[in-house]
Design a binder for this molecule. Structure first.
Ligand SMILES: [Fe+2]
Length: 407
């Protein structure tokens, strides 16, 4: 959809379709492009462009606070500001917006990591807008963005893992009733928790095989290296630094780098540990397929001594016992994938059924809200064992073929 907005509303992540006014009045040589560089944004804001047409199907839209959808050239007299209203959207309604946030996030994180690799200055305040976008998406619907970010391709793991952990940290912080300022800080901590990976050779990070002992030790140095990087950056809070340094500590003292125990680990670092592990084990990696999200929750619950019990219980209340994307069998013998949570009961999510375990044949797809049905979940199922290939497509609506969903 094309939309004409004020120059002051332009932000990173928008797809610029056309600029109003003489091209001589601005420094851009392209009329249609994705605005993903900070210096381009600054040049555009400093120009005398009268209005900007954006394509909201190819990039970010204006936020709900400042939305001014105009039918023609910019005329302030006909534009009316809409009051900021945060309302919970349905899952599918939020998916399209969450996809754009993920695309913008991928560009921003890639740029940040690239700057760090080149030894360039890193300005974390530029990530504040991104944390705000992720936070707004999670607020509108807590499962859309965090479920989407899990679908990262193996070759974009390092970048999209940061986005996924940021979304999970925000959802968990809200679940723990932390203040809005701490929720934002949790989101920033998620984005930056693995920044030390930039000091690790790409050949080790993306190695499509098991690591050697020496390579494993190199990987284990990333929390300390990350903290060293963040200490040189302005505007990094102690909590963000703490999560970076301690997100691999375990409550029983078996973690690294310092082998801290329960009471020595902060709440934020405990949150980081849960969010980091959940996204790591449910994501596809170069050397293994990601776990079924319901299996991941089950396994994490069995790892005694790893996570803080209170934080883990809050996390399960966030993502569910059967998270979005989980493959389950119903008492009726039907197999389906979880597409939505039920806020009142973690055991009764919304499930899209598509297969009969009894006849071992596909059935007509049907969406069942288990809170309103006599059917119930009797167990988790393995997509690999059944030979199902398109589980993620069933709940996300995204095709399985693109090299990345977030380009
Ligand atoms: Fe890490």
């Amino acid at each position: 959809m094309l939309r004409c907005i004020l120059l002051s509303q332009v932000r990173l992540g928008m797809h610029i379709h056309k600029l109003e006014g003489s091209w001589l009045e601005h420094a851009f040589w392209k009329s249609s492009f994705l605005l993903n560089r900070r210096d381009d944004l600054q040049r555009l804001l400093a120009s005398r462009v009268q209005g900007v047409w954006i394509d909201t199907l190819k990039g970010c839209d204006v936020g709900p606070v400042d939305t001014m959808c105009l039918e023609g050239p910019v005329k302030k007299s006909v534009a009316s500001k809409r009051k900021a209203v945060s309302t919970r959207k349905d899952m599918q309604g939020e998916m399209a917006r969450a996809l754009k946030v993920c695309a913008f996030a991928k560009h921003s994180i890639t740029e940040m990591f690239s700057d760090l690799r080149m030894g360039r200055a890193f300005e974390p305040t530029h990530l504040t807008q991104l944390v705000g976008d992720i936070s707004e998406s999670v607020l509108r619907h807590p499962h859309a963005l965090i479920s989407l970010a899990r679908l990262k391709k193996a070759n974009e793991y390092t970048y999209m893992h940061s986005v996924a952990v940021s979304g999970l940290m925000i959802a968990l912080a809200r679940q723990l009733d932390l203040s809005p300022a701490l929720v934002q800080e949790a989101g920033m901590a998620g984005l930056l928790h693995d920044v030390g990976k930039m000091a690790i050779p790409e050949t080790i990070l993306s190695k499509p095989a098991a690591l050697t002992a020496a390579e494993f030790e190199t990987i284990r140095s990333h929390p300390v290296k990350g903290a060293e990087i963040l200490r040189t950056c302005p505007h990094i809070s102690e909590r963000v630094l703490d999560v970076c340094l301690h997100h691999h500590e375990k409550c029983d003292g078996s973690g690294y780098p310092y082998g801290l125990i329960q009471e020595q680990i902060s709440l934020f670092a405990k949150m980081g540990a849960v969010c980091d592990v959940y996204d790591a084990i449910t994501s596809h990696r170069p050397y293994k397929q990601g776990w079924n999200p319901a299996d991941a929750i089950q396994k994490m619950a069995e790892w005694k001594g790893h996570f803080d019990a209170r934080v883990f219980q809050a996390f399960v209340r966030c993502v569910g016992i059967y998270p979005v994307g989980a493959l389950v069998r119903l008492k009726s013998g039907r197999i389906g994938v979880v597409i939505e949570q039920n806020e009142k009961s973690l055991l009764k999510p919304v499930v899209k059924v598509f297969f009969s375990a009894r006849s071992r044949l596909p059935i007509v797809q049907e969406v069942l809200n288990l809170a309103e049905q006599p059917d119930t979940i009797v167990g988790r199922e393995s997509a690999n064992e059944w030979g199902f290939k398109n589980i993620d497509e069933l709940w996300s609506g995204l095709a399985q073929t693109p090299s990345s969903y977030f380009d």
